[in-house]
Structure formats: C-alpha cells, structure tokens
Design a protein around this ligand. Structure first.
Ligand code: HEC
Length: 152
C-alpha cells in the first residue's frame, strides 16, 4: 500500500476546518460581548433606580454617571446582533433575523429612551428622570418578551 501523501486538497480541507472553528469562536465572542453590554445596562439600571429612590446620600454626580453609562450603552443595542450571531450559547431568538424590522424598531425605541434619559438628567428634574428610566425599562422588557428565549 502506498504511503499516504499529503495533498493540496487535504491541506485546503484542514485550513477550512481551522477557519470554521475560528469563525465559531468569533461568533461566541460576539455573543459574550453582547451579554456583557446587556448585563452592564442591567447593572446601571438597577444602580440608578436605587439612586433615584432617594434613600442614599450620594450626590448628583452618581446619578449622572449611572444615567450616562446606561444611555450610552443603550445606543449600541441595534449593532449587537450581526447576522450569524444566532448560534452558540445564546438566548437570542431566530425571530431577530427573521423579522429584522420589528426587532430594529424595538432596538431603536431603547436607543431613543436612552437619549431621553440622558437629556432628563441634564435638566436635573427628578420626576422627568424617573419617568424616562421607566420608559427605558419598558423598552428593555418589550424586546425581551418578543426576542429573547426564557430559558437561554
Ligand atoms: C432590541 C432588543 C433588546 C433590547 C432593547 C434590550 N435587550 Fe437585553 N437582551 C436581548 C436579547 C435578544 C438577549 C439575549 C442575548 C443573548 O443571549 O445572546 C438579551 C439579554 C439580556 C440580558 C441577559 C444577559 C446574559 O448574561 O445572558 C440582560 C441582563 C439584559 N438583556 C438586560 C437588558 C436591559 C437592562 C435593557 C434595557 C436597558 C435591554 N436588555 C434591552 C434583547 C434586547
């Protein structure tokens, strides 16, 4: 039996497998980054809710920092779901890529409410801040209900 020769085809196949593996790793990095942004928004939202409840002695600088971080991260939401980032350890539902207009509408609503929140903080009006934060939290929930799986 002739000794096996390494052919160009075999090298190409090995290369394709390595490429596919690294593409999969990249997809999981995108998914992990997406979750980090989501988690950071949840943390800022919870921190700001606590501050606005008014039971702590932190100054306005804390309110501004939490609101700005939340508002700035909210601007990223529509870019967090590139095509192909639908498989791996993710709770993102396929509907995101099947009904992109509906998904984008929700992402843009959250982005808009994020900008409103930052504007509200700039006015210094507490009631306006509380209302803006509530509308942003509603925008988070509205998207999760439609586009995130419960158990992922
Ligand atoms: C346009 C849709 C959309 C909006 C708006 C949105 N999310 Fe999400 N969120 C998702 C999807 C989809 C996932 C699942 C992501 C995944 O597993 O890849 C998710 C996941 C999460 C997670 C879980 C992260 C993890 O570690 O698995 C948290 C927490 C979260 N979102 C918080 C928020 C908060 C807070 C807001 C609002 C400030 C928000 N999200 C706005 C769609 C959205």
């Amino acid at each position: 039996m002739p000794a096996q020769r390494i052919t160009g085809g075999m090298v190409a196949a090995a290369g394709a497998i390595a490429l596919a593996a690294s593409a999969m790793a990249d997809v999981q990095s995108v998914i992990d980054y997406r979750k980090d942004v989501m988690l950071s928004m949840a943390a800022h939202l919870s921190a700001l809710t606590g501050l606005l409840a008014g039971e702590m002695d932190f100054d306005q600088g804390h309110v501004e920092a939490q609101a700005t971080s939340l508002g700035v991260n909210a601007q990223l939401v529509s870019a967090l779901f590139p095509p192909g980032s639908d498989s791996g350890e993710t709770a993102a539902l396929p509907a995101i890529w099947q009904r992109p207009e509906q998904f984008l509408a929700r992402a843009e609503a959250a982005e808009r409410e994020g900008r409103n929140l930052v504007a509200a903080v700039e006015t210094g009006d507490r009631e306006f801040m509380v209302q803006s934060l509530k509308r942003l939290a509603d925008a988070c929930r509205s998207c999760h209900r439609a586009f995130r799986s419960e158990d992922g």
